[in-house]
Design a binder for this molecule. Structure first.
Ligand code: 5GP
Length: 127
């Protein structure tokens, strides 16, 4: 079910629980500001989620409330993970869903990294 993507932050969302170690994940990267792990329901041969460690629902929430170090750290992590997964040369897609129209289901900011095959057009041409 899509969520609003608006604050207040829900401390019980799945990614908050993964960050607290209450739910396992297949971790691919971690540093002071970000965690990356494989999506439980992959939509491409490579499908990894990169999340900031802070409590942010969306990019609007993150850009308004995060420190410069958190913002730099998260964006650097997205690039680092893509490089470490070998996605740079063949190419890949980074995507973030926000709120109901974006189809966001987990109300903790996350960037999907898709790769491992040609990914086609940006958005499927559905009505
Ligand atoms: P959204 O639609 O919010 O952008 O995407 C949320 C993503 O989180 C989905 O691709 C979904 O498969 C993934 N996901 C949901 N629950 C879990 C979980 O418990 N573990 C992992 N690794 N991924 C999850």
């Amino acid at each position: 079910m899509p969520v609003s993507g608006l604050p207040p932050y829900d401390d019980n969302n799945i990614f908050a629980r993964i960050l607290r170690g209450e739910i396992p994940c297949k971790k691919v990267y971690e540093d002071a500001h970000a965690l990356a792990f494989h999506d439980i329901n992959p939509q491409a041969p490579v499908h990894v989620l990169v999340i900031p460690k802070g409590k942010y629902c969306s990019f609007a929430d993150f850009s308004a409330g995060a420190s410069e170090a958190e913002i730099a750290g998260f964006i650097r992590a997205v690039g680092t993970v893509a490089r470490q997964l070998g996605l740079e040369a063949p190419g890949y897609r980074a995507l973030a869903n926000m709120g109901a129209h974006g189809g966001q289901e987990v109300p903790h900011l996350h960037v999907h990294l898709f790769g491992g095959r040609p990914l086609g057009r940006m958005i499927p041409s559905a009505g």
